[in-house]
Write a protein of this length. Structure first.
Lengths: 335, 509
């Protein structure tokens, strides 16, 4: 199993890409390597990195959670309302949101395991539901006016280091620990590789799957709090499109959308590349829509690479088997 | 196109050979599935093909359907000789196969299915009217009343089979190969199918009928060919042979000795199963003893694997009871079965036995990972020690326990599965085809291991389709057929003939 925190050939490729981007941007924009800008990047990617931990777990089990973006929206709207409208102390609001996030993930997991329907469809539906919920709660209006202690999470520093970065590193450490040191991590890989063999080995696969979505919901809630604290304003649109960024970062980092393989180290490299790219393009005043084209293209390249490198051989045998069996194939099933 | 043969007078010439194969062989790495088979089909006959599991029947069908390329040999159809067929060519030559699994689209109508892939059109639109009329003609020709507009999923299995046959007729099939057509049908549907076959025969269709069931062969066929171990053993006129002769021909060989001896006799009753029902098996009742190897025989689809899935909790039990040493051990899940000290070494090693992308030690430790963890953290040392213990005792050949299982040979992969299950310290071990696809050396090691487990007082249930293995290893053999228990053979009663006649017939005089 390749779950170790050691760079592999593909990771080295990503490190080269990252270094290339850093060099390019620092040549093109003198401000890029400024300490403040570096910290700025870490603040910007903190939420992405934190969410990528749980998302990587889900991808490893062979699942996906498209609702992650609007989970963030619901989290920030609820957190903002608790503080601004109900005057709840900020730490209670944060705790409430951590529970809420876990619950949302758990609901996804329960529906997916009970119905057996593809996570893609279930979470797509959930994404739309949560979009509506966040809009209804906020009535489409931005929520602001949080206690100043709260902004410390996303904007403050400890000994010159951004708090957001510290939280990111802590979450990463927890993620690495779960994935590489606990039996749960092994279960994630086992289920993603061969769910039936995992079940026959005595793994309670439904329970593990519900847990993985709940865990991802929990990490997403942490990410939401960091984001809200940095933005100082909550809106139903806050998390819109975030699922796309997380998928891109994880897949770019070599986490397979087909399940069973990928490392957190790779996912973090993916997050770093996305963060540097976005920051650099903004510094260079690149048109917003050009940025969209670039990020979309990166995802296309990454998934194509994943699909072709993983099973190009299997794919060819599959296709030739289909051709050979001729009329016998077809997805037809009568009884 | 097909309506021309509407009259029920056969135009077939029973002396004309429509299809002939000579020296047909097919080898896969390590296995010879077909070995220089000669075989001919005469126009208008119903030709039965019989043989044990693995005798080569399926391979022969696949080659005739163009789905497999023969390693050597020739196929002559209507006086033209080919060294291989393709699916398209086979269809064009009028060869159609009715598989056990139908190839129908259940949400389309009967007529749509008959013309699937070959739709009739009027300009740019489908000519539904003509298709329905033509389908109705075909059904009438088969003397079966199926509304062409009926949705296939609403039809009974028997009618679905008729739709499948009509589909073959619409493509001008001249030779119809039917692979155990009665297997999915109820008794009433089987009678209806016999009538369809009689009708087809009267109209001059040549039919290859593959079956295990003696009664059907004697009811339907004109001639019968026996395959054994990939070889064509004999072809007989059905009227001039007997059941006994066919069974003897199918079994043929003398049993090779060479199974390791086991001295200790079975002990006390340990496992008691009564009235176990669910997952396609019905009312199974048996007892197994400590130190006993209890064999399970039956044809493919007899319900042996399904029975074991119930015992292991991977499929839900509908009713019935299971006791081990007097306490109830109905398993609700594999997880629960492991707690009940039941282990299952599955038939499909790669899909159900191992995780190919995991290394040896992670595979062996998988069922025990939770136990080998302290507050969730896996003890890497314990995992390695466990894996190395079983690598040593089972002699798994690999450079280290970190080797990925996908890089191991079949025999060593199977040993990893065995190690994984032995590590759970089971009292009841279920082996489903334990030596399938494994070389002779590793095979013998597995037999020795099974004997050692039996001698240590474990209860062993073994499914096998390998007659020699069943007879060589089992203390008793339970024979299943169509999900039901047909009988139990004691040591002195076990023979290839007794097993086969129970498996195929269900009643012995």
């Amino acid at each position: 199993m390749n779950a170790k925190f050691t760079p592999k050939v593909k990771d080295i490729g990503l490190i080269v890409v990252l270094a290339g981007l850093v060099i390019t941007f620092s040549v093109l924009s003198p401000n890029f390597l400024d300490v403040n800008n570096i910290y700025n990047i870490t603040r910007q990617v903190a939420t992405l990195g934190i969410c990528a931990v749980g998302f990587t777990f889900i991808l490893i089990t062979g699942g996906i959670d498209l609702s992650i973006g609007y989970q963030i929206s619901v989290n920030v709207v609820v957190c903002g309302m608790l503080m601004a409208n109900y005057d709840l102390p900020w730490y209670l609001a944060v705790l409430a949101v951590l529970a809420l996030g876990t619950l949302m993930g758990m609901i996804n997991g329960i529906i997916i395991t009970v119905t057996g329907v593809s996570p893609l469809i279930i979470t797509l539906a959930m994404m739309t539901v949560l979009n509506g919920v966040s809009y209804l709660l906020s009535r489409g209006l931005p929520i602001f006016g949080f206690p100043s202690e709260f902004s410390f999470i996303g904007q403050g520093t400890v000994a010159g280091i951004p708090v957001a970065l510290i939280i990111l590193l802590l979450v990463c450490a927890i993620g690495l620990f779960i994935l590489n040191k606990t039996y749960l991590g092994k279960y994630f890989y086992a289920i993603g590789n061969n769910r039936e063999a995992a079940r026959l080995s005595g793994i309670n696969t439904p329970r593990v799957l519900i847990l993985v979505y709940a865990l991802s919901g929990f990490f997403t809630a942490i990410g939401s709090v960091v984001l809200l604290s940095r933005l100082s304003s909550a809106q139903s649109a806050t998390g819109s499109g975030f699922e796309f960024m997380v998928i891109t970062a994880c897949v770019l980092g070599g986490v397979s959308v087909m399940g069973g393989r990928g490392t957190l180290f790779g996912a973090f490299l993916g997050v770093a590349i996305i963060g540097v790219l976005n920051n650099g393009l903004v510094l260079l005043n690149v048109n917003e829509y050009v940025q969209l084209v670039i990020t979309g293209a990166i995802l296309l390249i990454a998934v194509s690479y994943d699909a072709l490198s993983k099973s190009s051989k299997g794919r060819i045998t599959q296709i030739s088997a289909m051709v050979l069996s001729g009329s016998k194939k077809s997805s037809a099933k009568a009884v | 196109m097909t309506a021309a043969v509407e009259d029920s007078v056969s135009t077939a010439d029973p002396h004309r050979t429509v299809l002939e194969v000579r020296g047909l062989s097919k080898s896969y790495p390590g296995v010879t599935a077909l070995d220089a088979v000669d075989f001919e089909l005469r126009e208008g006959e119903v030709h039965a093909i019989v043989g044990e599991n693995g005798a080569g029947k399926s391979t022969l069908i696949k080659i005739l359907a163009g789905a497999e390329v023969p390693s050597s040999g020739r196929i002559t159809i209507n006086d033209t000789t080919y060294d291989r067929l393709t699916p398209a060519l086979a269809l064009e030559l009028g060869i159609a196969v009715i598989y056990q699994e139908f190839t129908l689209v259940s949400t389309l109508t009967a007529a749509d299915n008959v013309f699937l892939g070959d739709y009739l059109t009027k300009g740019p639109v489908l000519d539904t009217k003509t298709m329905n009329a033509r389908a109705a003609e075909l059904f009438a020709r088969l003397e079966v009343d199926i509304p062409p507009q009926a949705q296939v999923e609403d039809l009974t299995t028997g009618y679905q089979q008729v739709v499948e046959i009509a589909k073959a007729l619409s493509k001008n099939a001249r030779v119809l190969i039917m692979d155990e057509p009665s297997a999915p049908l109820t008794a009433a549907e089987v009678d209806a199918m016999y009538n369809v076959i009689d009708t087809l025969k009267r109209q001059g269709m040549t039919i290859v009928y593959i079956s295990h069931r003696m009664d059907e062969i004697f009811r339907l066929s004109d001639r019968v060919s026996v395959l054994r171990d990939g070889k064509h053993v004999a072809t007989r006129k059905t009227g001039q042979t007997t059941r006994e002769e066919l069974i003897t021909l199918m079994v043929g060989r003398e049993l090779k000795s060479g199974y390791p001896e086991r001295d200790t006799p079975p002990g006390e009753v340990s496992l008691e199963v009564s009235g176990l029902t669910g997952n396609g098996v019905q009312d199974i009742t048996f007892q197994a003893h400590e130190g006993e190897i209890l064999g399970f025989a039956g044809l493919i689809g007899a319900g042996r694997t399904e029975l074991m899935e119930l015992l292991f909790g991977s499929k839900p039990v509908e009713s019935g009871e299971v006791f081990f040493q007097g306490r109830p051990v109905i398993s609700r899940s594999p997880e629960h079965a492991i707690k009940n000290r039941i282990a299952l070494v599955p038939e499909d090693r790669k899909r159900h036995g191992v995780i190919l992308d995991f290394c040896i030690k992670d595979n062996i430790a998988l069922p025990l990972l939770k136990k080998m963890s302290r507050s969730g953290v896996v003890s890497a040392g314990r995992v390695s020690r466990l894996a190395e213990e079983y690598m040593d005792s089972l002699r798994i050949k690999a450079p280290s326990s970190s080797q990925l299982v996908k890089n191991l040979s079949g025999g060593n992969q199977q040993k990893v599965v065995l190690g994984k299950w032995l590590a759970t310290e089971p009292e009841v071990l279920i082996f489903d085809e334990p030596t399938r696809g494994i070389d002779v050396g590793a095979r013998n090691e597995i037999y020795l291991l099974m004997n050692k487990l039996a001698e240590a007082g474990k209860t062993i249930l073994m499914i096998s389709s390998d007659m020699e293995e069943l007879i060589g290893m089992s203390d008793r053999v339970i024979v299943l057929r169509e999900g039901r228990q047909q009988g139990t053979l004691t040591r002195s009663e076990i023979s290839q003939e007794s097993i086969l006649s129970l498996a195929a017939e269900g009643n012995v005089e």
